[in-house]
Design a protein around this ligand. Structure first.
Ligand SMILES: [Zn+2]
Length: 255
């Protein structure tokens, strides 16, 4: 499932291939369009050029010289640049340029495509979102966290707290900060809240060059299966469903 590092990878990919060129054609699967239809989308984008794309959390915002295209990748969304027209069965949006096509694929159709006409419209599309997890300062993170209650796992996964984290980045952050996923955030000491912010930033920054959360022992991503050991202390990792998601953690390091 795409998390902040994946979407940042898509942003760079989109910038590299699609910015500055005239849109020659638009094809869309109506099921993937959330606030527009294929004909309107085509009318709005044809002839436009994309300018520098932005990202907030897991949202990709692609402004043109006119309207803005907004993408969410859901569980299975991804971008592919193709030199020739081959429509994959999971293609949901195709943007045609003079030298190729940008394809948005989404097997499970849990992502979506929106149009926004500017900042006010964009806020409506994004809904209530916390600050971007990569950019939130330690002070703001602490202030927001102190206002929360509930498990650490659910809090970090909540996009209205900070935007961009997902199952893998949260499990890695909690393991590095030595905090149990079920720990109520109201009981965290200032030192633990600082550790969460610091480790969250490190997990994200170490993942960014890969365009995804890489499979690595020290991100707990190389060991998400029964019988795996904690890379720090060797204890067998435990698995639990917290906040509706499968969580891996070390029962010794994360009490
Ligand atoms: Zn351990």
């Amino acid at each position: 499932m795409p998390e902040l590092p994946d979407v940042e990878g898509f942003r760079r990919y989109f910038r590299r291939h699609a910015v500055g060129k005239p849109v020659r054609g638009v094809w869309a699967d109506p099921d993937e369009l959330r606030n527009t239809d294929p004909m309107r989308l085509r009318r709005q984008l044809a002839g436009r050029r994309f300018v520098r794309p932005r990202r907030h959390g897991k949202w990709l915002i692609c402004p043109t010289t006119g309207p803005w295209l907004v993408l969410h990748f859901g569980m299975t969304g991804e971008l592919h640049w193709l030199d020739q027209h081959i429509r994959h069965r999971h293609a949901r949006l195709i943007l045609q340029f003079p030298d190729g096509e940008m394809h948005f694929r989404d097997m499970r159709k849990l992502g979506g495509v929106w149009l926004a006409q500017g900042e006010d419209d964009l806020r409506q599309v994004l809904g209530p979102l916390g600050p971007d997890a990569l950019r939130v300062s330690a002070e703001e993170f602490d202030r927001l966290l102190r206002a929360r209650r509930g498990s650490a796992k659910a809090t970090l996964m909540d996009q209205t707290f900070v935007a961009g984290l997902g199952n893998l980045t949260v499990d890695a952050t909690l393991w590095r900060a030595r905090i149990h996923p079920r720990r109520n955030v109201r009981t965290l000491a200032a030192r633990e809240r600082r550790a969460l912010h610091r480790e969250m930033k490190r997990v994200l920054e170490e993942s960014l060059p890969h365009g995804l959360v890489p499979s690595r022992p020290d991100l707990l991503t190389a060991s998400r299966r029964a019988g795996s050991h904690c890379p720090r202390c060797g204890t067998v990792l435990e698995r639990a469903t917290v906040a509706g998601r499968t969580s891996w953690f070390c029962p010794r390091c994360q009490r």
